[in-house]
Design a protein around this ligand. Structure first.
Ligand SMILES: Cc1cc2nc3c(=O)[nH]c(=O)nc-3n(C[C@H](O)[C@H](O)[C@H](O)COP(=O)(O)OP(=O)(O)OC[C@H]3O[C@@H](n4cnc5c(N)ncnc54)[C@H](O)[C@@H]3O)c2cc1C
Length: 506
């Protein structure tokens, strides 16, 4: 059966889908509509983790070839805080200028015979009546998603409180580098990485209070980028002058914004299939948005190819069901990993203020992976962190004594037994003065001002960890985190990172 497919959106998702589909089914017609001109590209670079590229490489070599020939590669992530640098290696990554990637994908699609129509904005689905399948790859602010109805797609949006702006710079960073600085107004952080021989991406984040205190919120978001960018650019150039080392910040449609995490339970409606940012996003700190859009493209082309000869109208419906079954699980996994990462960036200023640089770096890297994975990637980094702990406390993390009121507890791994709270060696702990903060309890939380220790329980594990660390960072009262399923390594991660003083396991 011959199909005619309209693709709306010439970002990485729409272009890759078109190229793959036309290559598999040369007799089908594939027409791509992109509202911008071929060489307009907003933003600077996209970063990919080497470990996540297999699926895309197996479908087509365009991305891996592009990264090899035009990209930058590195293995180490640097965290710079309070003038100290901590390096964590074993993280193979690559980045490329978005403009370069789009050009190569356009060439690939054109070479396969896709009808590419630039400067062609699709207004409504009715404009595409003549096509039997529509692929909506029209990005995070998808117009087709609005037309179909977000409720029909089970679409949900969660807006981060932190605010970010995307620049480039002609200062060359060696690899992925996180810079942290406190100005008189508050904390700022930068995600920087090289994307070509002469440009690095430079994304800046801050919290809403700092942003307002610095006067960076004084611009009209309805107006095109311009003078307000200049003010931000001047402020950030001065704040990060040492790290930029004479380099300039480059703007490209740079605007302050709040990241929106989008998810959708259904990725199709009628003859329309959605892919990429139109149906899901994940915080840019996990560098996976382009990868997800390109993997969706593979799954959709596979499904349409496999079901393309089905009779009648059942074709797209079955293909779309197969597409969702293939693509949704890995997107969910990325979004699950992005959640803790975004949450970290919501509070980075607090961690920067409270923690020593070695512990701050470990806190950052352990936001989504435990100590054993960190050790596997970079044994020297893990060892340095453990040595710092030993030098400060004189013992291994879980074997470090602490006090609850007058009593000394010999270590940081505790158990809840029938007889009460006990140290892992079995000795019961006197719980007088221990106040329980139960996140599931309705109403006000108990007063902990005079507590000898605080137990944080209830809620989800993520909520509990966040509630525990807030208290652990802000007070000297020991905070005991209820984490029933944690193994020794996860418990050690909590203690070593300062998220809790001790962990209560099952
Ligand atoms: C600050 C920031 C940093 C990021 N960093 C990374 C990173 O390091 N690594 C990574 O993998 N991802 C990153 N991402 C995410 C990545 O940019 C997106 O996930 C990815 O571009 C999604 O691809 P897409 O094809 O779904 O949509 P898009 O790239 O958004 O493409 C959609 C296209 O549709 C076009 N369009 C929209 N409406 C219409 C219409 N009505 N008619 C015609 N054309 C239309 C648009 O012009 C656009 O070209 C980052 C995102 C942000 C915000």
């Amino acid at each position: 059966m011959h199909r005619s497919i309209a693709v709306v959106g010439g970002g990485p998702g729409g272009l890759f889908f078109s190229a793959l589909m036309k290559a598999r089914r040369p007799d089908w017609s594939v027409t791509l509509f992109e509202r911008n001109r071929a060489d307009d590209a907003f933003g600077f670079g996209v970063v990919f983790s080497d470990a996540t590229l297999e699926k895309i490489a197996a479908a087509d070599s365009v991305l891996t070839d592009a990264l090899r020939e035009h990209g930058t590669h590195w293995d180490t992530i640097d965290v710079v805080a309070k003038g100290e640098v901590r390096s964590f290696s074993g993280n193979g990554m690559a980045a490329i200028h978005r403009k370069t990637l789009l050009r190569l994908l356009q060439e690939k699609a054109a070479g396969a015979g896709v009808d590419l129509r630039f400067a062609s904005q699709v207004g409504r689905l009715a404009d595409l009546r003549e096509y039997d399948v529509v692929v909506a790859a029209d990005g995070a602010n998808s117009r087709l998603r609005s037309e179909v109805g977000e409720a029909a797609l089970g679409h949900a949006v969660d807006e981060a409180t932190a605010t970010f702006i995307w620049f480039g710079t002609d200062h060359m960073f060696d690899g992925l580098t996180f810079l942290h600085r406190r100005s008189e107004h508050g904390n700022f952080a930068v995600h920087a990485y090289p994307i070509s021989p002469d440009v690095s991406t430079f994304i800046v984040e801050t919290d809403a209070e700092t942003w307002a205190a610095a006067g960076l919120d004084e611009f009209d978001v309805t107006q095109p980028p311009g003078p307000s960018d200049e003010r931000t650019r001047a402020y950030l150039t001065e704040l990060f002058a040492e790290e930029l080392d004479g380099g300039q910040l480059l703007t490209n449609n740079s605007r302050w914004g709040n990241f929106r995490t989008r998810s959708s339970s259904t990725w199709h409606a009628g003859n329309v299939a959605f892919l990429g940012d139109a149906v899901h996003t994940a915080h840019f700190s996990v560098g996976s948005g382009t990868k997800m859009a390109m993997e969706d493209a593979i799954a959709l082309a596979d499904a349409l190819d496999a079901h393309g000869d089905d009779d009648g109208d059942a074709g797209p419906a079955e293909a779309f069901a197969a597409y969702e079954a293939a693509a949704q699980p890995s997107v969910r996994r990325v979004q699950d990993a992005a959640g803790p990462s975004l949450a970290w960036w919501e509070h980075f200023g607090e961690y920067h203020e409270a923690l020593e640089p070695w512990q701050f770096a470990f806190h950052f890297f352990s936001r989504s992976i435990p100590l054993r994975k960190i050790r596997r990637r970079d044994p020297a980094f893990a060892q340095a962190v453990e040595e710092k702990w030993r030098a400060t406390h004189g013992a291994e993390p879980l074997a470090t004594p602490f006090t609850i009121g007058e009593q000394e507890v010999p270590g940081r791994l505790l158990r809840r037994t029938g007889a009460g709270l006990a140290h892992a060696d079995g000795a019961l702990i006197d719980e007088s003065g221990v106040v329980v903060v139960d996140l599931d309890a309705p109403g006000e939380q108990p007063d902990t001002a005079a507590a000898a220790a605080i137990v944080v329980t209830g809620g989800s594990a993520r909520e509990r960890i966040r509630a525990a660390e807030r208290r652990a960072l802000a007070s000297v009262i020991p905070v005991l985190l209820d984490l029933p399923d944690a193994d020794d390594d996860e418990a050690a991660t909590m203690v070593l990172s300062g998220r809790a003083d001790a962990v209560i396991v099952r």
